[in-house]
Design a protein around this ligand. Structure first.
Ligand code: UDP
Ligand code: MG
Length: 314
């Protein structure tokens, strides 16, 4: 099989008919076989039923329903773990990633002998100003943090070779942020540019809360710099405190101590705030250690539709 198209879907019933209408002609025109892995990420709007109905007339459609909403990155994991194609392409269901680019991605992969082909958004005019600004800041910070060049504005629209998928899935880490992890692994890669389109129907499934979580997961999974910063802040504080102690003793001995609670209240308040901040930072890492140690699956698969008809259901 040439291609597995992995599509995470969370409440995309409105977008689904548009998606099928545009993606199917592109895939049917491919010379070799393909499968579409629709990962239904715990949708509650009838996406699951719509997918089941589509399967009757589209044998290449394979549905992986998750028992509850696991989130975009976990839904991608489900798709990548079950994909069987020589190439595995991940794409959004809302047609912001144009399916017509699929042959270009395949051609680029074959021509350059790459393991990863990134689709890079050159034009984000269809995104809101807020989204563009936060995305710009995100890629700037992460480029510095990851230590390997992260293609700017390459989201989760990308193609991986089967061997790259196997290597990524073999990583013990579960909380994977693919758009950073994959560049960090330094695969041989190619870029294909495209213009981001507006969402075809429905609402974005990325409210600010989820954007913040993705940014935090991105940052903390690639650097322990905040912990080092805490250490250095402590060290500088210690030096300042030692100098202050000498001053205080001298002032006391020369009888020049005056009541000055305001300055002390400020210093104590400041130190308290800094301590809480660093406690929180340590907590961020501790929580991630805890979650990785628990090693619970990041998603719960209900039934692989390919496994229902065939023996060896996983
Ligand atoms: N998605 C998902 N699970 C979630 C949130 C989103 O599978 O918990 C899917 C969603 O259906 C879409 C893709 O991830 O196919 C990208 O989401 P969206 O288009 O809402 O994000 P945006 O483009 O606004 O950043
Ligand atoms: Mg979208």
């Amino acid at each position: 099989m040439l291609l597995s198209l992995v599509v995470p879907m969370y409440n995309e019933a409105d977008a689904l008919p548009h998606f099928v209408a545009r993606v199917r002609p592109v895939l049917d025109a491919l010379d070799d076989g393909y499968e579409v892995l629709a990962v239904d990420d715990g949708s509650t709007d009838g996406t699951g039923d719509a997918l089941a109905a589509l399967r009757a007339a589209w044998p290449q459609l394979r549905v992986l329903p998750l028992r509850r909403n696991a989130g975009h990155q976990a839904a991608l994991t489900a798709g990548l773990e079950h994909a069987r194609g020589r190439w595995v392409l991940t794409i959004d269901a809302d047609l912001q990633d144009p399916p017509e680019l699929i042959p270009d991605l395949l051609a680029a992969g074959v021509a350059t002998n790459a393991d990863v082909v990134y689709a890079v958004r050159t034009d984000r005019a269809s995104d809101s100003a807020f989204k563009r600004w936060t995305a710009g800041a995100y890629y700037r910070v992460m480029n510095r943090t990851v230590g390997a060049p992260v293609p700017r504005h390459a989201g989760d629209f990308r193609m991986l070779s089967a061997s790259a998928v196997a290597e990524i899935m073999a990583l013990p880490e579960r909380g994977r942020v693919y758009r950073l992890l994959i560049p960090a692994m330094g695969f041989r890669s190619a870029l294909v540019e495209y213009a981001r389109e507006p969402r075809v129907a429905g609402q974005s499934k990325y409210p600010v809360r989820r954007m913040v979580r993705l940014a935090a997961d991105s940052y903390f999974s690639f650097t322990v710099a905040p912990l080092r910063f805490a250490t250095w802040t402590g060290a500088v504080g210690f030096v300042l405190c030692a100098a202050f102690a000498v001053l205080a003793v001298v002032a006391y001995l020369t009888g020049r101590t005056v009541p000055g609670w305001a300055s002390f209240a400020l210093v104590i308040g400041f130190i308290g705030a800094v301590q809480f901040m660093f406690l929180g930072l340590i907590g961020e890492y501790l929580a991630r250690v805890y979650l990785e140690l628990q090693a619970r699956p990041r998603y719960y698969l209900d039934r692989d539709s390919a496994g229902v008809d065939a023996p060896g259901r996983r």
